[in-house]
Design a protein around this ligand. Structure first.
Ligand SMILES: Nc1ccn([C@@H]2O[C@H](COP(=O)(O)OP(=O)(O)OP(=O)(O)O)[C@@H](O)[C@H]2O)c(=O)n1
Ligand SMILES: C[C@](O)(CO)[C@H](O)COP(=O)(O)O
Length: 229
């Protein structure tokens, strides 16, 4: 199966409270986005990439790609108001049978993790990286009070990439739009199709850069990764 990747980089980074879009912030010797693209460039299972950028950021994205020497990016398309809209815009431009969806804000994913997602999705129809939850999770009932505790042994913190048959995922997105259903990730949309998603053991270092304290942590993880290479 031919695999393409939609890499979404069109957010506003509100929780980062940075002056710039967080995917262009420096991590090590290059922008966050460069690390993310490089992981997919190095994964042989991925034949093409569609990059989804904030409207008007196409030129700066192209600069990052040029400096990286990226060769798999087949299109740069503008994202939408919500992550879901950005994913759909990328899927529409992808064209491959297999579709990976990945957050540009997750720069430390390893190529072998991407490959594992593809393989498991080929076996099961859909797959996503996830890591076991470490904290005890509570559900808020009455405002400001914890009232329920899900069984932690059944809880996973899902990451990206998430891997699907592109046709399935586009259909799920259309169903969600018709139903006015919002989704913070794409595995959630598979539930609309009644499909299960295979869990692929991820790595706690595949963090999503979301709030300011995530960047120094990512620097440490990057340094540890480089010592391993
Ligand atoms: N309308 C959006 C929203 C998010 N994203 C992308 O989806 C990924 C995960 O989203 P998140 O970490 O929430 O990024 P932001 O939406 O930018 O962050 P915030 O919610 O703090 O504004 C990021 O790579 C982000 O660029 C996107 O392409 N389009
Ligand atoms: C897709 C995701 O990274 C899975 O954990 C997460 O749902 C993205 O959430 P965000 O609020 O758009 O960062």
């Amino acid at each position: 199966m031919e695999w393409g990747a939609v890499i979404v980089a069109a957010g506003r980074g509100k929780r980062m409270a940075a002056a710039d879009n967080k995917v262009y912030l420096p991590l090590g010797d290059r922008p966050v986005l460069a690390h993310t693209i490089e992981a997919f460039e190095r994964c042989a299972a991925v034949s093409r990439i569609v990059l989804v950028t904030a409207p008007g950021e196409e030129a700066r994205a192209e600069t990052v790609l040029r400096e990286l020497g990226a060769s798999k990016v087949s299109a740069i398309v503008p994202g939408g108001a919500e992550r879901q809209d950005s994913v759909y815009a990328g899927l529409a431009a992808l064209g491959t049978e297999g579709a990976l969806v990945h957050d540009a804000a997750r720069p430390l994913v390893a190529p072998e993790q991407i490959e594992a997602c593809c393989r498991e999705a080929e076996r099961h129809g859909a797959a996503a990286l996830a890591v076991p939850v470490k904290d005890t999770i509570k559900i808020e009932g009455e405002k400001g009070f914890m009232t329920q505790t899900p069984d932690r042994s059944t809880l996973w913190s899902v990451q990206t990439p998430q891997a699907f048959l592109r046709a399935d995922l586009m259909r799920a997105h259309r169903l969600a739009k018709e139903a006015g259903k919002s989704a913070t990730d794409d595995t959630m949309l598979m539930e609309l199709l009644g499909r299960k998603v295979a869990i692929v053991q991820g790595d706690y270092r595949n963090l999503k850069i979301t709030t300011p304290e995530d960047l120094p942590v990512a620097e440490l993880f990057l340094a540890s990764r480089r010592r391993e290479d």
